[in-house]
Design a protein around this ligand. Structure first.
Ligand SMILES: Cc1cc2nc3c(=O)[nH]c(=O)nc-3n(C[C@H](O)[C@H](O)[C@H](O)COP(=O)(O)OP(=O)(O)OC[C@H]3O[C@@H](n4cnc5c(N)ncnc54)[C@H](O)[C@@H]3O)c2cc1C
Length: 444
């Protein structure tokens, strides 16, 4: 039952801005509003901010999850008139200017939707059920556990065919996430698996990266795509271009080109869509990809008190017909800009339109291997890898996290290791599709 006073936010003479989502956009906005004559209530379903660009390192045992997560309360603790509630937004009731959450209702003067995006399986229920997504820390930990459990299981079967399937990986989507994950898995295969599993022929493990288009990293320059492909191939990753995955039953991966793969692990990194919000889910609010249509001030079209920023928001213009890229920089810049605009609004000044400053894009494939496209310069290799590391450390929230990640990277670099390969929270997948493990018969 919903209690309307459950959030316990005091009344204030200042306008109340409710921000839903403590990701890149929500946090940038909160920082911009600190010290201003406003009451800010930040809601998030988690009590931490997630640095998603390094999720793949959690999945592959390179980093512990707490080094890429940061308590939202700690971000806000020095700001006056700021309140955080761990709450999941369920509905926006525009007529009454309230949000409905799992812990109660809350009224707003201005509402900012910054809930980001979720994995888009494009309606394929079987792939969603049997494949793995990597959009949150719990999902990354599931993937880490499952990868390790598959190898433990591979040790238990006599059937070579089944053993190969347990050691094979299929990664769908040749964007930065797919490329980075494939590179990390290839490094594990080369440097760690032979030592950890001396009684398995881990050379037989395959890492397949499947891309529906004709090049990987298609949002980057052709040179970056070519070089990333070279890097991946040098690490032993098999890249399948112009190949569209159509089905996955937990073991067999089917494609439109009739190519088939047998793999116990399929990671779906082939698309995201905006998180659906009841009350803002009618067709007139949305563009394809479930993003909320906003004007150049990030105002939801048709409601001047509601704003959307980051992945969930789409500012359509002649130069951005599909909105801005669903990446950290647009979210951060929109959060900061909306903060400035709200202050202008409270001062009875005109709001300014959002202008995106493209700072370039980058992806890493592995040690000493990265590709960077800046506005004026493009480079690949060792220098690009250092730039990639520097940028990621810079944008991580929290001094401790930066230090922990830096020390881990130095350690992993020197020792060729990834020590967080731990099954802390077993994933417990159903292995019935694979050969019966030798031990299970005796144990039952
Ligand atoms: C694996 C991966 C790798 C990536 N790598 C890069 C990269 O290298 N470079 C780059 O620029 N971008 C990268 N991105 C994209 C980038 O992380 C996103 O574009 C960015 O996080 C968007 O910021 P946001 O503020 O819109 O949303 P998010 O950062 O996703 O934050 C949304 C917040 O809303 C909360 N939330 C969601 N639903 C609700 C609800 N109903 N109620 C309450 N709270 C809710 C979530 O808990 C979360 O804290 C990557 C993404 C992933 C998944």
């Amino acid at each position: 039952m919903i209690d309307s006073d459950a959030l316990n936010i005091p009344k204030s003479s200042f306008p109340r801005v409710v921000i839903v989502g403590g990701g890149f956009g929500g946090v940038a906005l909160a920082k911009e509003l600190s010290g201003k004559e406003v009451q800010v209530v930040l809601l998030d379903k988690n009590n931490y901010h997630t640095f998603q660009p390094l999720l793949y390192q959690v999945s592959t045992g390179g980093l512990e999850p707490d080094s890429i997560a940061y308590p939202i309360r700690k971000i806000l603790q020095d700001y006056k008139n700021f309140f955080f509630r761990m709450a999941e937004l369920q509905q926006v009731v525009r007529e009454q200017k309230i949000v409905v959450t799992n812990i109660g209702e809350l009224s707003y003067d201005h509402l900012v939707i910054a809930v980001g995006s979720e994995t888009n399986f494009f309606g394929n229920i079987e792939i969603e059920k049997n494949g793995m997504a990597m959009k949150s820390i719990p999902q990354s930990l599931n993937l880490r556990s499952m990868i390790l459990e598959n190898f433990e299981q591979a040790l238990l079967t006599d059937n070579l065919h089944e053993r190969d399937a347990l050691m094979n990986f299929v990664i769908v989507g040749g964007g930065p996430t797919g490329v980075e994950l494939a590179g990390a898995l290839a490094e594990i295969k080369k440097g760690i698996l032979p030592k950890d599993y001396p009684d398995l022929d881990t050379r037989r493990a395959q890492i397949n990266l499947i891309q529906s288009g004709d090049r990987i990293l298609k949002e980057m320059s052709e040179k970056a795509s070519e070089k990333a492909e070279d890097f991946l191939e040098s690490l032993g990753v098999q890249i399948w271009k112009n190949t569209r995955v159509t089905d996955y039953d937990g073991k067999k991966v089917s494609t439109k080109t009739k190519l088939e793969f047998e793999a116990a692990t399929l990671v779906w990194a082939a698309g995201v869509k905006g998180v659906s919000i009841k009350g803002l889910d009618a067709e007139n609010f949305l563009v394809p990809g479930n993003r909320i249509k906003v004007n150049e001030f990030n105002q939801v079209v048709g409601d001047s008190n509601i704003y959307a920023i980051g992945d969930i928001a789409c500012i359509q213009s002649d130069t951005t017909p599909y909105g801005h890229p669903m990446m950290a920089q647009p979210a951060i810049q929109q959060g900061t800009h909306l903060g400035e605009n709200l202050v202008r609004l409270f001062d009875n000044k005109a709001m300014q339109p959002f202008k995106y400053k493209d700072k370039g894009s980058m992806a890493t494939v592995g040690r000493n291997k990265a590709v960077v496209d800046l506005k004026k310069y493009r480079f690949q290799g060792v220098f690009a890898w250092f730039v990639w590391m520097f940028v990621h450390l810079f944008f991580l929230i929290g001094f401790r996290n930066r230090m922990v990640v830096f020390i881990n990277w130095v350690y992993n670099y020197i020792r060729f290791d990834r020590e967080a390969r731990l099954i802390i929270r077993p994933y417990q997948r159903d292995y019935s599709k694979f050969n019966e493990p030798r031990t299970s018969k005796k144990e039952v």
